[in-house]
Every structure is written in structure tokens, then in C-alpha cells.
Design a protein around this ligand. Sequence first.
Ligand SMILES: NC(=O)c1ccc[n+]([C@@H]2O[C@H](COP(=O)([O-])OP(=O)(O)OC[C@H]3O[C@@H](n4cnc5c(N)ncnc54)[C@H](OP(=O)(O)O)[C@@H]3O)[C@@H](O)[C@H]2O)c1
Length: 250
Amino acid sequence: MKIGIIGTGSIGSTLAKKFSVAGHQVKVTNTRDMATLKEIAAKLGAEPVTIEDLVKDVEVIIFSMPFKAYQDLPKHLLQDVSQEVIIIDTSNYYPFRDGKLPGLEGKAESEYISETLGRPVIKLFNNLMSNTLEQKGKVAGEEGRIAISVAGDNAEHKKIATKLVDQAGFDTVDGGSLAESWRQEPGTPAYCTELNAEELKHALSTAEKGKGPMARDAVMLKFQSLNSFPSHEETVAMNRSAASESLKQA
Ligand SMILES: NC(=O)c1ccc[n+]([C@@H]2O[C@H](COP(=O)([O-])OP(=O)(O)OC[C@H]3O[C@@H](n4cnc5c(N)ncnc54)[C@H](OP(=O)(O)O)[C@@H]3O)[C@@H](O)[C@H]2O)c1
């Protein structure tokens, strides 16, 4: 497929590498000058392009940027992009990083992103850590394969997105509509907890609206209280425990 990735950070660069190795034609962009972008893209097996060129002649566009940065994108970026093009949003909202954003309250994070972009989006790759994405992929059917959820309103787009997830090394669970995508947001039992497909289905179904932000902020406080950076496994354990604690609270 022809895939454009906006953002070459931890998630965007890992996806670019994986999809180019899988044989897809990948273009990337970020905020750097073209000379720097060329060096980054060469390491990813991708073509460096401006953001305006990235959205042309592609079948999938993956936005993988900080949540607050979407508002800085060129206005009408997707105006001439066909509705058939799959738009994927990997973002998560963290108030300490992204600040208060007018219009976000009361919406699922990706509903807000969809409104900002003026297009329906598929929420995907938001609920696994970059280290998990890079290191823990397995081939289909292998014991202990981790699953992630895909949420959105276009069934055909979700089906194609699921194939990309498989090529990236993970199983997929349907996370429901975009309005329901709060079930895979930070602090929920489905968020960066490294579950298999059955466990993830259960996690999505047990999520309670409004509890995610509490657990998300509790994890951040815990991080700040530690003297050293936790290991990957400790972070997964913290995510699991904060989500389960939040569900016990009235
Ligand atoms: N890291 C994780 O474990 C993880 C896991 C799941 C989801 N996520 C979410 O996925 C998103 C990306 O995360 P990340 O960790 O990959 O972020 P990151 O490492 O900070 O990288 C962000 C990328 O976005 C680019 N960018 C920022 N503003 C831009 C703009 N206006 N136009 C084009 N590119 C722009 C940056 O460009 P420059 O390189 O030029 O600065 C950078 O390449 C975030 O919303 C994050 O919450 C992260």
C-alpha cells in the first residue's frame, strides 16, 4: 500500500520501518528541514516529503504527533484527499503535556482529532507503548501475541487497518465506534497493558467512562514520585494496577 506517516517520533518511525520492511511504499514528514528529514527517512526506508506532498497519492495517512500539535497543521490539509483514504490517529491526550484544549471536554480524544482534521479517523496504535510496538511483535498464531484495539466508524477502513496491525506483529480487537474509543484511552484497562485478544476484549468491556483520566493522572504522579525511570515491565504493571484501582473507586 501507499502509506504516508506524519511524525517520525517513537511511534511514527517504528511504523515506518515495519511497513517499509513489509513491502509498503512509505512517505514520512515531520517539522524538520528537508536535509534532516532526508537523513531520518533514509534510516526508515521511507521517502522524505513535505506535508503537502505526503497527503497526495496515498491510501493510508497515519498521524502520529503530540495531541496538541494537530491544531498547528496546515488548514484544509485533507481537503483534496479522497474519502477512500484511511486516516489513522495514534495520539493520546496528556494534560501535563498538551495543556487545556477548548472543545475537547466531553468528547472521546479521537472525536476531537476528527473534528480538528475535518475528517473521520480510525483510532489505532494508541494503546501500546513504543517499546512494545518495536520489540514485542509476533507472527499470527504465536503464543502470547499482544492485541491492540481499532476504533472508528468505517468498517472497511477498520478491516484494512487490521491487516496493517497484523503485519506490525499484533492481533486486533474491535474497539467499537469513534464515540466509544474512550475505552482505549490512557488510564483504561486496555491502555498499554499488553493483553492478548481475549483479555483486551474483556478490558474494553469493563472500562468505565470518566475513570481513565483518574488512572492516567495517578500513573503520572507515580512516575514523578520514583527516583529512577521504571523499566518497561514496571510501567506495564503500573498501568494495569492504576486502571484496576480506578475501577474500584466509586
Ligand atoms: N511513545 C509512545 O509510547 C506512544 C504510544 C502510543 C501512542 N503514542 C501517541 O502517539 C503520538 C506520537 O507519539 P510519539 O511518542 O511518537 O511522539 P514523539 O516521539 O514526540 O514524535 C512526535 C512527532 O510528531 C512530529 N510533529 C509534531 N508536530 C508536527 C507538525 N505540526 N507537523 C508534522 N509533524 C509534527 C514531530 O516532528 P519533529 O521530529 O520534527 O519534532 C515528531 O516527529 C502522540 O500523540 C502519543 O501520545 C505514543
